[in-house]
Write a protein that binds this ligand. Structure first.
Ligand code: ACO
Length: 330
């Protein structure tokens, strides 16, 4: 049986780091009050990276992609497919993936998918299905977000949470035991209202009125998102494990979406997974949405925590609400 094995990971974050104190000072200038203490205790975030003007999401995605290709030991021209999970593509059209394809020197089909913070898990599933179905041998999956450009700096309940980054994975068709064992996706479209960017699409297109009404920014009902995230992430990880006949104790590592440390803590508690098995970096990056899981995975792989033979659980949730989880044998 063909499996999709993750043979390369890569990540990229813009150079500029903004600490909570620096962000609080900048926000104070526009009379928005926040503090390092509030952000740290409510979210676990200490700093985030912000892209400078002139750097595009596709630049970040290409950097992460190149790094994953290098680890995989293949050339961009060997890719059969590129899937980019993002809600902050360079522009509504064409796809961010098309820019990425050109920038890394690939020639294969390339497309975006929109599942917000769950984008990397959705893209992983697409890649896995292509590989299992024989439609692709080498697939590049990228999660990239340049959220700093679409945050409402007057809304302290959202603007302190997010950061910019890109994470990538190269998946290759192989017949051994290593690779994606199981990957589950779920969406509850009844919850579209609790996390969204209302403007800039066809419902409220970009024009003076939608700009004046500030519809182009992320809006969120934090408490509802929190509740849904805890429930959905616990449920999806448990179901994936059950379906695969794998016990929680068999997991070596879990790479959760880095949205809020309190969400992670509660999910781990519910699932009875020791926190020592979590790969975490929310403190350094904040919530990087679809980049979050692949960036964190890359960190765990490169620092030697995630090693050959390890069982790794991945999980993420985002606007939609859409969520998913995967079990991977490294
Ligand atoms: N600085 C200081 N005070 C703040 C800030 C801030 N940045 N933001 C909100 N507050 C204030 C509120 O105004 C409120 O004040 P009040 O009591 O005087 O009205 C107080 O802090 C408490 O606000 P709550 O909304 O109750 O704070 P809560 O403890 O729920 O934390 C948070 C808010 C962190 C957003 C939380 O709800 C959360 O983490 N939700 C999950 C959302 C999330 O992770 N979203 C990421 C995107 S989606 C995803 O990736 C899954």
């Amino acid at each position: 049986m063909l499996r999709a094995r993750i043979v390369g990971t890569g990540s990229y974050a813009p150079e500029k780091v903004v600490t909570n104190d620096e962000l609080a000072a900048q926000l104070a200038e526009i009379n928005v009050e926040t503090s390092d203490e509030w952000i740290r205790t409510r979210t676990g975030i200490a700093q985030r990276h912000f892209a400078p003007e002139g750097e595009d999401a596709s630049d970040m995605a290409a950097a992460a992609g190149r790094s994953a290709l290098q680890m995989a030991g293949i050339e961009a021209k060997d890719l059969d497919l590129i899937v980019v999970g993002t809600v902050t593509a360079d522009m509504p059209m064409p796809a961010c993936a098309a820019f990425v394809q050109h920038k890394i020197g690939a020639t294969c089909p390339a497309f975006d998918l929109s599942a917000a913070c769950a984008g990397s898990i959705y893209a992983l599933k697409v890649a896995e299905q292509f590989i299992r179905g024989g439609g692709a041998k080498n697939v590049l999956v990228v999660g990239v977000e340049l959220l700093s450009r679409i945050l409402d700096w007057h809304d302290r309940t959202t603007c302190v949470l997010f950061g910019d980054a890109a994470g990538a994975m190269v998946l290759r068709a192989e017949s051994g035991e290593q690779g994606v064992i199981s990957c589950r996706l779920a969406t509850d479209g009844a919850l579209t209202d609790i996390l969204k960017i209302p403007g800039g699409g066809s419902k409220h297109p970009l024009n003076q009125e939608t700009v004046d009404r500030r519809l182009g920014y992320v809006v969120m009902n934090g408490r509802e998102v929190y509740r849904t995230a805890v429930r959905a992430l616990s449920e999806t990880m448990l179901t994936t494990l059950k379906e695969s006949g794998i016990g929680i104790d068999d997991l070596h590592w879990v790479v959760p979406h880095q949205a809020n440390i309190r969400i992670v803590d509660t999910v781990f508690e519910r699932l009875n997974i020791p926190k020592s098995k979590a790969v975490l970096n929310i403190e350094k990056y904040g919530n990087t949405s679809s980049a979050s899981v692949p960036v964190t995975l890359d960190e765990g792989v490169r620092d030697g925590r995630i090693r050959e033979g390890h069982l790794v659980g991945l999980m993420a949730i985002g606007a939609g609400m859409s969520w998913g989880s995967a079990l991977v044998r490294w």
